[in-house]
Ligand binder design. Sequence first.
Ligand code: SF4
Ligand code: SF4
Ligand code: FES
Length: 242
Amino acid sequence: MSQRQLTFHIFRYNPETPNQKPATQTFVLQEETGMTLFIALNKIREEQDSTLKFDFVCRAGICGSCGMLINGKPTLACRTLTKDLPTDITLMPLPVFKLLGDLSVDTGTWFRDMSLRTEAWVHTEKTFDPDAQEERMSNETALHIYEAERCIECGCCIGGCATANIKPNFIGAAGVNRVARFMLDPRDERDEQEYFDVVGSEDGIFGCIGLMACDDNCPVGIPLQGQLAYVRRKMALAGWKR
Ligand code: SF4
Ligand code: SF4
Ligand code: FES
């Protein structure tokens, strides 16, 4: 059994009491075998400070709600074992997103806004017929779409993105991945010029500086480098045709 004593340095701020300045609070905890940051944070909240705010739903890397900066790296707290960290652990909320308090941020509003701005739905003139057979697509295309659909909207690619940190309207790798998903879908009838209007700007693919922090930080391993390159190629061609 591990005997380490862990020291947590946790960002504290409640936007509803703005007269209290942001600060880092220190908590000491005995490490236990198999301890994740989910377990550690719950122990701190139960035993030391019931006001500590953080988000977890699934505890299994599925819901995307527990993204935070763990010793500076954006990643999922529920999938992080304390044994893989040094004894000093600094936890900060993901930047870019609206801070709700301490480690809790509002990713939902950001992702909803991004989905609306990228028009993330199948655009077709066909009338939906519930009795018709499903349209066929090749397994290869379906697998590519599935790859993009695996995004759990955790925000780690956005929190670690230099452009997203300075440009509030940048759609980031999650947004470009979302656009790629519909570009790949044969049922979506938008042409490249229509996609250019959505993503061919400095807030879209041309704002990306290509250092690939997003690819390193995606906890579910979506090949964001490939998705960015795919959309950049298509939009460069569409821009040239213009
Ligand atoms: S490669 Fe582009 S989207 Fe990814 S982190 Fe860098 S600037 Fe952001
Ligand atoms: S692309 Fe990856 S890092 Fe970005 S929000 Fe989706 S799952 Fe999270
Ligand atoms: S709690 Fe759901 S991904 Fe971490």
